[in-house]
Design a protein around this ligand. Structure first.
Ligand SMILES: Nc1ncnc2c1ncn2[C@@H]1O[C@H](COP(=O)(O)OP(=O)(O)OP(=O)(O)O)[C@@H](O)[C@H]1O
Length: 875
């Protein structure tokens, strides 16, 4: 190579030449100090040197010590004969190695070195621009190194299409000029740097004012796009935001730049959540400075995130990643399709984007909150109108599904036992794909101990169950949830105050905690209102029943306000009543039918401390066997078929009062056992209920049966008999208290005269006699009915006639008759007898039904059963 160098061969300069050289250098020196820009330097060359010396064109190259290369910094294009060469552009952009003999010769020479291109251009390591120049007609090159602070900084190349242009004078000028040129180039570089910085600054300033106006994603995309354009970058970019799950990133805004759209790939890129820790995104997020990546290299390094493959497919090669953060919080990353990094500028851009992103996110949050608030407001106004389950269902389905893409799966309500949760409401259509399964699962009895329910009830504001996760855990419920396509099941406690009243289950992809809380508290109130409303209706119904019952009771009480009878036997009764009335002792009243047992029971109650409350009466004989228990102890809703509502039993009704168990001897054995338990324990459970209810009831029982015999016959429990027979009071039959007949007759005459508007003041002595001589199998009741009828038929102020049943046979005969017959035969004979006495009238006023004190229908059916025909009583 050295042999080609022509610096040694130049003749020694003459004095005149030296003088001219000195002048040229002086002029150049003056001019060069003013140079700040590349163009000025080129002009200087053109004006000053080109006029004095011959050469075709010049280039200044600068050394990149890091790469050990040199590269074109300044081109004097005008005279260049290679401008039209096909490889011109390539040459202008290339970096050439410093490790070739040609440039090494220049590097180590203090003098300008010239070469004939012909000699060196085809050497194996020679830079290609030599041949390109040769092909452009250039023949010779003069290279002068440029030094800065004792170190080579670059070269000035002079080219000529002749072989004799580089005179000793020119070489001298170039050598002398080189230091000045070096400082001019340094100045230009420095100036460019300053200009660039200023440009960057003003760019950032512009960008920041543009970013300040950004409110939406679209604004941000536009601002970033136009900023990149200003930087002569038409590259693509994507901003990925950290998702709520904090473990993935998703595309937030993007622009493809000059890259061709691949709709399919784009859709995947936009929709996929890429894990933060994929080996690339986390690097960007953890790096304080922008990082440059090569797509291919990252794939080779083993980064498996699918976006790299897609980018490669779309044609992205290199990209820069910068993190976006708000203070210390990472918000996301910016990935930019550019080839080189201007670190400071990028950081400047990114800090602005970060602010914009944080603002947009805050903005989005505010509008989401506003949206949620508006929704809650709407929901609440829909909910306030709710009165029934159907209303609530409509409100929930309409509002939740339409505005929030949320479906109500189920509402369960806690039973009064605080353990069981009943289905209150659900949307069966939601599980249309798994109907059988749903029916099975929803029918399950749920208690507060059920795994999901327990978690939900114990939580403060509910629990989110990820359907897929629960599926992996093998949950049978999750299988059902999965059929709906929603991502999450939200289980929330329904609370009113601190009290759990049930649970609510919502299916949705995502719901904010504020919204959930709002929805839930509204539904809780609505459910509580509906339940209260339902209870109110039930109570109202119950009250109506109780009211009717009480009215009935009151009517009866006033009818029996007096007891007539002053005979000895009745005196004994009064004495006993006086002894027992004040206490809580159970009283057993014994006596034939119609002797006034109920009247006595009421009198005892009315003289007791319980008189403020109404006495409750149960006729044990009148109750169908299957309803006795529920009548006495009450039942819960749904306890048995037909138990539509909860109902209080007579025991509960008689709380703090007296319960009169009439005809106790008719109570079936099974009911006797239950009654015994309640009497013993003074507490009861409603049929179908689990709650134990304490009761404070005074018992009075009555029967016309001989209970001792009933016990012996096994029809009455001995233990119950002993419990009831604490204080027995026996009422004499009327035939044994003839002394009271007249008083009673007057009492009833007065009562029925008043009732019928007649004015009967007297009873004839004959009638009194007749009454006293009758046996009164129906006792006082029979007497009362007889007088009632007689009053109706009377025509005078005196009762002259009574229609006493005619006794054809003597009492003895009657007794014999009774003793030799079955109960059915006796009943048949008694009915026929009564029918005869009533002239065959079965029902209505003065009828057999009335005498027998049974409803007409009952008499009809009894007659049918006992085969009593007209012939029997008209004969
Ligand atoms: N001492 C009395 N004074 C006034 N009325 C009486 C008297 N005893 C009974 N009565 C009247 O006789 C009728 C029957 O009385 P009550 O119903 O009390 O008898 P009972 O023994 O309970 O009958 P049953 O065994 O059939 O239930 C009632 O209408 C009542 O008014």
């Amino acid at each position: 190579m050295k042999r080609n160098a022509k610096n040694d061969s130049a003749p020694a300069p003459s004095k005149a030449i030296l003088e001219q050289e000195r002048k040229v250098l002086l002029d150049l020196g003056n001019d060069i100090t003013r140079i700040r820009e590349k163009n000025d330097l080129i002009t200087l060359f053109k004006n000053r040197i080109k006029g004095l010396f011959y050469f075709t064109h010049t280039i200044i190259t600068l050394i990149d010590h890091k790469d050990e290369t040199y590269w074109p910094f300044l081109l004097d294009n005008e005279g260049s004969p290679i401008r039209t060469h096909p490889r011109y552009k390539e040459m202008v952009q290339a970096h050439f190695s410093l490790n070739d003999p040609f440039i090494q010769a220049v590097l180590h020479s203090e003098e300008p070195v010239s070469f004939l291109l012909e000699d060196i251009m085809d050497e194996p390591k020679s830079p290609p621009f030599l041949r390109v120049n040769y092909e452009g007609g250039v023949r010779e090159i003069l290279m002068t190194r440029l030094m800065k602070e004792g170190k080579p900084m670059g070269f000035i190349h002079l080219y000529s299409d002749r072989t004799d242009s580089f005179t000793a004078e020119l070489r001298g000028v170039m050598k002398g000029f080189a230091p000045q040129l070096s400082s001019a180039v340094s100045n230009i570089i420095k100036n460019e740097e300053i200009l660039n910085k200023e440009k960057e600054k003003s760019f950032l300033l512009d960008f920041s004012s543009e970013i300040a106006a950004v409110r939406t994603k679209e604004d941000l995309t536009r601002a970033l796009r136009s900023a990149l354009r200003k930087l002569d970058q038409n590259s693509g970019f994507v901003i990925r935001r950290i998702n709520e799950d904090k473990t993935t990133l998703s595309a937030y805004v993007y622009d493809l730049g000059t890259i061709k759209r691949d709709e399919k790939a784009l859709q995947v890129l936009v929709k996929t959540k890429y894990p933060i820790n994929d080996g690339l995104q986390n690097r960007v997020l953890n790096s304080a400075i922008p990082l440059l990546f090569n797509v291919e290299r990252e794939i080779q390094r083993g980064i498996t995130s699918s976006y790299l493959a897609l980018w490669k497919k779309m044609g992205f090669r290199n990209f820069v990643g910068v993190r976006l953060r708000n203070g210390e919080n990472n918000l996301g990353i910016l990935l930019l399709d550019i080839q080189e990094i201007k670190i400071e500028l990028l950081q400047g851009i990114c800090s602005q984007i970060s602010t914009a992103l944080a603002n947009i996110m805050a903005n989005e949050q505010v509008s989401k909150k506003q949206e949620e608030q508006a929704f809650l407001l709407g929901f609440s106004s829909a909910i306030t109108k709710v009165r029934t389950k159907a209303d609530l269902q409509a409100a929930i389905f309409e509002v939740l599904a339409q505005t929030m893409n949320t479906q109500l799966a189920m509402i369960r309500v806690m039973e009064s036992d605080g353990i069981h949760l009943n289905v209150f409401m659900y949307d069966a259509s939601l599980f249309a794909n798994a109907k059988v399964n749903f029916d099975k699962m929803s029918g399950n009895t749920i208690t507060v101990h059920e795994q999901y329910t327990a978690q939900v009830l114990a939580s403060k504001e509910g629990v989110v169950f990820n359907v897929q996760e629960e599926l992996r855990n093998g949950s049978a419920y999750a299988k059902l949830w999965n059929t709906t396509g929603y991502k999450n099941m939200y289980g929330l406690p329904l609370r009113v105050g601190d009290k759990n009243i049930g649970s609510i289950w919502l299916l949705a992809d995502s719901l904010g905690p504020l919204l959930l809380k709002g929805i839930c508290s509204q539904i809780a109130i609505a459910v509580a209102n509906i339940l209260a409303n339902e209870q109110l209706i039930a109570y109202k119904k119950q009250l109506e029943i109780e009211n009717d019952y009480l009215k009935e009771q009151i009517k009866t009480i006033y009818n029996f306000s007096e007891i007539i009878g002053s005979g000895e036997t009745m005196q004994e009764v009064y004495r006993l009543m006086g002894l027992v009335a004040e206490s809580n002792t159970t009283v057993l009243i014994l006596g034939e039918t119609g002797t006034g047992k109920e009247l006595i029971a009421r009198a005892i109650h009315n003289s007791s401390p319980r008189k403020e409350h109404l006495m409750v009466k149960v006729n044990c004989a009148a109750l169908p066997a299957n309803l006795i228990e529920s009548e006495l102890f009450g039942h819960e809703k749904g306890a048995f078929t037909g138990a539509i509502d909860r109902r209080l039993g007579k025991f509960e009704l008689a709380h703090n009062s007296t319960l009169f168990l009439d005809e106790i001897g008719e109570l079936p054995l099974e009911a006797q056992a239950k009654l015994l338990r309640v009497i013993q324990e003074r507490e009861l459970e409603r049929v179908g209920g689990k709650q134990v209810i304490k009761i404070n009831v005074r018992l009075i029982a009555a029967t016309n049966r001989n209970l001792e015999e009933e016990v012996k016959a096994g029809r009455f429990r001995a233990d119950l008999y002993f419990r009831l027979n604490v204080f027995p009071i026996s009422l004499p039959p009327l035939r044994e208290r003839l002394e009271d007949i007249e008083a009673l007759a007057y009492f009833f005459v007065k009562k029925y005269s008043r009732n019928t508007g007649r004015n009967i003041r007297k009873i004839s002595p004959r009638v009194i006699q007749q009454l006293r001589s009758y046996t009164w199998p129906g006792n006082v009741r029979e007497l009362e009915h007889l007088i009632e009828r007689s009053v109706l038929l009377a025509t005078d102020h005196t009762l002259n006639d009574v229609y006493i049943p005619r006794h054809t046979d003597s009492d003895k005969q009657e007794q014999a008759f009774l003793l030799n017959r079955t109960l059915e035969e006796v009943e048949r004979a008694y009915i026929i007898e009564t029918l005869k006495r009533c002239a065959g009238k079965i029902s209505g006023v003065g009828s057999a039904a009335e005498v027998l004190d049974i409803p007409g229908n009952t008499l009809h059916s009894k007659m049918k059963k006992l085969n009593i025909t007209k012939r029997d009583y008209f004969s």
